[in-house]
Design a binder for this molecule. Structure first.
Ligand code: FAD
Length: 360
């Protein structure tokens, strides 16, 4: 008889794990309190960047690169275009910062990367001011994932592999299985009193002709904690200030973009992409980060409940890793490998952030 797994939460962490375990022969039940890919889930956003650069974080570089292959496999299985390979430009402000460290790791891992002169930005974007930059780190195979669609595609593929989806809230103590995994994103904080910070994050989309991605690449200004990409699927040009927002309740919080976010976005646009300075807003969305102290993810046994695991802490950079992280997590929760201490529930120190906001 096959072993049973219960996964709670059909975000990209939970649904990818459910799909992986089902393909390994487990009988899997996946609980979701809303519908998979709903706009209140971190995995329900319109788009998420996929990049391989993670500063000195070589584990994450390898994971994101592995995920790229798995996203392509999911596309082949589902017939949907989920990963749009636009390329990604990192705007580097110093010779020895995050970007230089990323370049060293990517070259060591054999992941494609190039160093461009700041002026090359003028060929990448219709309007570009490079004066404060030392160089551009170019990741030709990075790009943008259609996140909501990818989450729905993962759930559909999981159901196709035999996963039973239950549209219910699961409470601790109310579900069982040989393995139970709580992959509840920002909801984990309240469920288990986890030390994660849940913050409100606003994203803006500006209307502008001639800024379509592709061919426009995605971009990240790590030092200024802001990133975006061109107009994909006619939503508008995405600009997302990445400073940590105020505390947020994922179930009851008001999803209204703050005027400060628009101010920060326009200030940056005026400086970097001057032609967009007065572009009208076409669309806006609010989502939440589930941040650990050091921005490493969480995959750890529940301290009191044998056979139960906590999986989350996406920390604003988890989406791209979904299918690769699921391979790793499946090995851990089924006892094939030991959980890595960096994902544990023990104390953590704040280090350089693995998402974009690190130094600003
Ligand atoms: C604005 C923003 C921008 C981001 N940008 C990027 C990016 O560019 N690149 C990147 O890789 N990552 C990015 N991320 C991070 C990424 O989106 C998250 O790390 C990832 O989606 C987390 O997935 P998850 O499955 O852990 O959580 P979620 O997607 O939040 O899923 C958790 C699910 O659990 C369900 N749930 C909760 N409690 C229960 C319960 N008791 N019973 C049943 N169901 C329950 C919820 O309804 C939800 O659907 C960004 C995040 C945000 C908010």
């Amino acid at each position: 008889m096959s072993r049973t797994a219960t996964i709670v939460g059909a975000g990209i962490f939970g649904s990818s794990l459910a799909y992986r375990l089902a393909r390994e022969g487990w009988a899997v039940t996946l609980y979701e309190r809303h519908e998979p890919g709903h706009p209140g889930a971190a995995s329900g956003g319109e788009s998420r960047l996929i990049r391989y650069a993670h500063g000195s974080g070589d584990w994450y570089a390898r994971s994101a690169w592995r995920a790229r292959n798995l996203w392509r496999e999911l596309e082949a299985e589902t017939g949907r275009e989920l990963l749009v390979e636009t390329g990604l430009a990192w705007f580097a402000h110093s010779e020895d910062g995050w970007e230089a460290e990323s370049e060293r790791v990517l070259r060591a891992e054999g992941i494609p990367v190039e160093r461009l002169e700041p002026d090359a930005g003028r060929e990448l974007f219709p309007s570009f001011e490079p004066d404060d930059l030392e160089f551009i780190l170019w990741e030709p195979q990075a790009g943008v994932l259609r996140a909501r669609e990818a989450t729905k595609a993962t759930v559909a593929a999981a159901e196709g592999a035999g996963v039973r989806l239950r549209s219910e809230v699961a409470e601790p103590g109310s579900v069982d299985g040989d393995v139970v995994v709580w992959a509840c994103g920002a909801w984990l904080r309240e469920l288990f009193g986890l030390p994660i910070r849940v913050t409100k994050q606003d994203t803006l989309y500006f209307a502008a002709g001639g800024w379509t991605s592709p061919p426009l690449p995605a971009w990240v200004d790590y030092s200024n904690a802001i990133y975006g990409h061109g107009d994909l699927d006619e939503l508008g040009v995405k600009v997302a200030p990445d400073q940590e927002g105020p505390p947020f309740d994922p179930e009851r919080g008001a999803r209204v973009v703050s005027p400060e976010t628009e101010h920060a976005a326009r200030a940056y646009l005026s400086k970097r992409f001057p032609a967009l300075r007065d572009a009208p807003i076409r669309h806006a969305s609010v989502c939440q980060y589930a941040l650990t102290t050091d921005t490493n993810f969480v995959l750890a046994p529940h301290p009191q409940r044998t056979g139960e695991w906590i999986f989350g802490g996406g920390s604003g950079h988890g989406f791209k890793h979904g299918p690769a992280l699921a391979e790793y997590a499946a090995d851990v929760v089924t006892g094939e490998r030991e959980p890595d201490l960096q994902f544990g529930l023990g104390p953590r120190d704040a280090g350089p952030s693995l998402r974009t906001a690190g130094t600003a």
